[in-house]
Structure formats: structure tokens, C-alpha cells
Design a protein around this ligand. Sequence first.
Ligand code: UT7
Length: 332
Amino acid sequence: MTQKISAAITAIGGYVPNDKLTNFDLEKMVDTNDEWIRTRTGIEERRILKGEGKATSDMVVPAVQELLAKRGITAEDIDCLIVGTVTPDMVFPSTANIACDKLGAKNAWGFDLAAACSGFLYALTIGAALVESGRYKKVVVAGADKMSAIIDYTDRATCIIFGDGCGAVLLEPDEEGFGVKDSILRSDGSGGKYLHMKAGGSLKPASVETVTNKEHYAYQEGQAVFKFAVKGMADVSAELLERNNLTGEDIAWLVPHQANKRIIDATADRMGLSHDKVMLNIQRYGNTTAGTIPLCLWEWEKQLKKGDNIVLSAFGGGFTWGATLIKWAYNS
Ligand code: UT7
């Protein structure tokens, strides 16, 4: 019997801008303080993409270039690029199309996928299905957001949380059972009212009025989102373990979306996972939306071992949420 093709992550790249925005910088911009931000969120600083003409694709490109170099292949080898993002360079064409052009990925097709903080998990599931179909051999999945483009830096409820960054993985066929093993993805559009951007879409196109009313910024009712996120992320992660007959002890790493350390702790506790198995870089990058999970994998790559069971877990705008189980495919 031939082994089913699975989609293994075979290389990772990442990019965070050089410019830092610290809690102390924010103290000078809005009525907040370092202690409040650290204790309520776990964040100390975030990265901001600065410079005229710099957009989300400018973070996707170096992240993808890094993974290509690690794998020893060229941009022309890429079959498909999927970019999870809610801060595309433009409404259209897609950031994936723009990034492919900048990369010289002449043989690739691609598209953007908008699922906010769950964007990487959604895109990973789609990318894995393309590889599992046997039709595509090299699919790149990126999670990238330039959140600073849609944040109101006079609104202390949102500006303390978000940052910019991109992580990307290469998916290739595997016949030994490594790679993406299972995924549970959920959504509930009734949660949209708690986290959204009011204008700029077909519902409310940009106008002088929408700009004056600051409707092109991320709007969040933090407490409501927090409540759903704690339950959603913990429940789906526990369900994923259960349906794969695993317990916390079988898991080498939890890779949680980095929105709030308190949500991450609750998820780890629910999974029966000790906190030293939880990847955490929220203190340095804040919430990079679709970027958080691949940026963790990027930073922890050297510690990952072939055969490790890894759970990725996210919750975000939509609402969207989910968890994915991976059997890690290589030692680096
Ligand atoms: O990634 C996408 C999904 N997003 C999330 O998962 C985010 C989920 N939500 C959160 O992480 C938290 O709700 C926040 C970090 C956004 C806010 O933390 P919180 O503990 O829920 O604070 P709160 O909104 O309940 O506010 C508590 C107090 C309020 O003051 P009073 O009414 O108790 O006097 C706020 O006005 O803290 C005040 N406050 C602040 N104080 C200093 C709110 N923001 C700030 C601030 N600095 N930046």
C-alpha cells in the first residue's frame, strides 16, 4: 500500500523590521504605562515597518528569500504562494502577486487569504491540501501583516498590542508521515462586531467622512474578544489533542497566536502542557496578526526535532480560530 502524501514544512523564513516601538515610547504617545501593558498583555516592544513605499510584500519577500536559501532552491521553483494577511499592499492585486513579482517567482500562482489572526493556520491548511493532492510540490505559506498601517496611535486600546512582521514556511510532499497531520478550523461571523475595520470595503468606501471619523483603523472591543479568545483557543486545542488520542505529554511545543500572554497561558493549562513547552515572543514583537505563529517557528527552528508533535493554535478577528497538529519533519 502506498503511503498517503502529506505536506511537510521543509524550511522557514522570517522578517521583522528593525525599528522598535517600546512601551516607554507609547507612554509618550497615549495615556498608558509600561507596567500596565506588560502585566495585561506580556508585550514590551513591537517592530514597525517604516519608510515611504514599504508595504506587507516587503516583509514577505525577505522571509521567502531566507527559506529559499535554506532549502537551496530558487524563486522559480515555487508553485504557489499563499499570503495570510489583513493588511495587503492594496485591495488588489493580491500581495501574493506583488511578492511573486518582486521575488521573480515566475512559475507561481498565488493569492491572499483574509482570516486575521488565524490567517496563517487557514493558509497552512489550504497549502497542505494543495500538496496532499499530489498536484503541487512546492507551496509557500506566509503570514504577514503591517498592522501599523491600520492602527490609530492615539487609541490606547489598540496601539499597545500590534506590531509588524512576517513568517513563511515551505511545504513539500512527504511520504513518511511527517508534516501537517490534522487541523480544526472554525469561524463565527457574528463576532465581527467586536473586531473589524469600519470603512474601506464595499460597505463603506473611503470618503472624506470615513477618514475624518478614523474608520480606516482597527476597531476592537478588547474585553469581549478576550473572553471568546480564551475559550475558543483553549477548546479547539484540547479537541485537537483528544481526536488524535494525544495528551499534553505527547506534545513537544505549543505555538500559540501571540495576542495576549493570559490567553496563551489559559490554552497551555487547558491542554495540560507545562509552560516551558510554549513558544512565546510576544514580549518582543507584540501581535503581528497572521505573522505570529510562523515567526515563532522561525525563531525556535533550531530547537525543533524530527518527529516532534507540535500544535499551532490561533484566535482572531472574524471570529476565526483553529488548531493544527504537525509532526516536525527535520533537524536543522
Ligand atoms: O489578536 C486578535 C485577537 N485579539 C485579542 O485576542 C485581544 C484580546 N483582548 C485583550 O488582549 C485585552 O482585552 C486588552 C489587552 C486589549 C485589554 O486588556 P483588559 O484587561 O481587557 O483591559 P480592559 O479593556 O478591561 O481595561 C481595564 C482598564 C480600564 O480602566 P478602568 O475602566 O478599569 O478604570 C481601561 O480604561 O484598563 C484601562 N486601559 C488602559 N490603561 C492603561 C485600557 N487600555 C489601557 C492602556 N493603558 N493601554
